[in-house]
Design a protein around this ligand. Structure first.
Ligand code: NAI
Ligand code: MG
Length: 491
């Protein structure tokens, strides 16, 4: 009994329920001091380098090569030789073995890739760990499955590879965009020269080690690094048969002008200003989660981000109240912390663009809401932001911000929602929230967007084609459609 008497009746209840930090260890990944170009299965020394940094604290990570036109030329020669020396003639089932191998190695080394992706790009580790890396592996698995079935995918059309593909990718999903580009190209028997974005080259360079482990024949995949000048050298190279580009509409237009008349194939996946449309019969709490995922996922650095929220007038006030309350629970901070919801902005340049557009929103008369939030001192950060009282003519309703910034607008009828949603030069994606299945179909038929999500947002699957209308580009990636740009069907 004496023991029992000692039992305390008062328990220490923490007064503060904030999350303790739960950092992922970066020891799992080894970063070299400097990297060259991966050409013909070997590393070429760069003549000129620049520094790649961690956007969370501006820590220098490695010296990266700035490839010249001659470097690109060497990569194209290696790719052409590998194409002619057997890769293009290999039976599809043999090509599939390499792709399956790459997919499995990516899975095995997923933690390493996730840490490196978050470190170099600034995205939360829970996204790189649960979305980017698993989806990248899934793309290789998916296209491995097609490699020996092209004749079934395109019956009686004699599908054959196009040749050497030049692929230029952005910094928002570095490894995933690499997978979207390389997996279908290789499945169809092409060889590749790929350039990652200048701010996020590290996972593409680590991927070269995966290629070595998979014993992919030399020259089938070549990786060159550098900024837009290197990209331009790829676009301008005469011995490239197909260009695949994901990035800004501005550069996409320049590439299209350059490629016109050269006979080069081209697919472009460019910007967006997606409408996320919530009807008054939608499940509001579920919609709020979808809105948050739609615009704050990956700091809003997403071409298909739901950056324009259209709310039916009758539910405007309760929905905005729920949304603003939800924003106060988002954790902004260290990308390597497993509890982080919103990480670092990718670069100083992107942060400046976001700040400029947000200032224009305030100037033009929109009402700004930002939750209380303590930002780290070093690095590039932006507080998740909601604009209400937005007119369609405001820049924040027209231009791609590519940051964690939402513009809220209203509508009364489905017709008005469609008209406002389509009032943009872009057409990449859209979202519809309603209980009515018939209304989802009615809306999906009228929205000029490559992807329309219903009661969800930002869902990706390798089996589902992705791509745009209008200034969002053309061509599809993913699914059977994603094979076509890498095949020719002439006799
Ligand atoms: P960007 O279009 O300049 O860069 C994308 C890729 O293209 C990078 O690898 C870059 O080195 C390369 N590049 C740049 N200039 C080139 C040229 N003349 N020829 C060939 N390749 C070239 O995009 P940036 O400047 O990084 O971002 C600007 C805006 O573009 C963002 O704020 C966002 O609005 C949009 N963007 C859209 C993306 C998407 O997923 N659709 C991805 C990245 C940016
Ligand atoms: Mg640019």
């Amino acid at each position: 009994m004496a023991e029992l008497d000692k039992t305390r009746t008062e328990v220490d209840v923490p007064g503060d329920w904030t999350y303790a930090s739960a950092p992922e260890s970066r020891d799992i990944v080894r970063i070299a001091d400097s990297y060259g170009y991966y050409v013909g299965g070997e590393w070429l020394e760069p003549a000129e380098t620049y520094e790649t940094i961690a956007p969370r604290d501006e820590e220098p990570l490695a010296a990266i090569g700035q490839a010249t036109a001659e470097d690109v030329g060497r990569a194209v020669v290696a790719a052409r030789e590998a194409f002619a020396d057997g890769w293009s003639a290999l039976p599809g089932s043999e090509r599939a073995k390499y792709l399956f191998r790459i997919a499995r190695i990516l899975q095995e080394r997923s933690r390493e890739f996730a840490v490196l992706e978050s470190l170099n790009g600034g995205k939360p580790i829970k996204e790189s760990r649960d979305v980017d890396i698993p989806l990248a592996a899934a793309h290789f698995f998916y296209y491995a499955g097609w490699a020996d079935k092209l004749e079934y995918a395109f019956p009686n059309r004699r599908p054959r590879p196009v040749g050497v593909a030049g692929q230029i990718i952005p910094w928002n999903f570095p490894l995933l965009m690499l997978a979207w580009k390389i997996a279908p190209a290789l499945a169809c028997g092409n060889t590749v020269v790929l350039k990652p974005a200048e701010t996020t080259p590290l996972t593409a360079l680590l991927f070269c080690d995966v290629l070595r482990q998979a014993e992919l024949p030399a020259g089938v995949v070549n990786i060159v690094t550098g900024d837009g000048r290197t990209g331009a050298a790829i676009v301008e190279h005469e011995d490239i048969d197909k260009i695949a580009f994901t990035g800004s509409t501005e550069v996409g237009k320049a590439i299209q002008r350059h490629v016109a008349g050269t006979g080069k194939r081209l697919t472009l996946e460019l910007g967006g200003k997606a409408a996320n449309i919530v009807f008054d019969d939608a499940a509001l709490d579920q919609a709020v989660e979808g809105i948050v995922n739609g615009i704050y996922f990956n700091q809003g650095h997403v071409c298909c981000a739901g950056s324009r929220l259209f709310v039916q007038e009758s539910i405007y006030e309760p929905l905005v109240a729920k949304l603003e309350r939800r924003l106060t629970t988002l954790r902004v901070g260290d990308p390597l912390d497993k509890n982080t919801d919103v990480g670092a902005i990718n670069s100083a340049a992107q942060l400046e663009k976001i700040q400029e557009l947000v200032a224009s929103g305030v100037e033009e008369g929109a009402e700004i809401y930002q939750p209380p939030c303590v930002l780290p001192e070093k690095g590039y950060w932006f507080v998740p932001t909601v604009f209400t009282n937005v007119a369609q003519s405001y820049r924040i309703a027209q231009e791609e911000i590519f940051g964690p910034v939402l513009s809220v607008l209203t509508f009364r009828t489905p017709e008005e929602a469609v008209e406002k949603a389509n009032n943009t030069p872009y057409g990449l994606s859209a979202g519809v929230w309603t209980e009515k299945g018939s209304r989802i179909l009615w809306m999906a038929q009228r929205l000029r967007a490559g992807v329309v999500w219903a009661n969800t947002f930002n869902r990706f699957d390798p089996g589902s084609p992705f791509g745009g209308y209008k200034e969002s580009g053309f061509g599809r990636e993913g699914g059977r459609h994603g094979l076509e740009p890498y095949l020719r069907f002439d006799e």
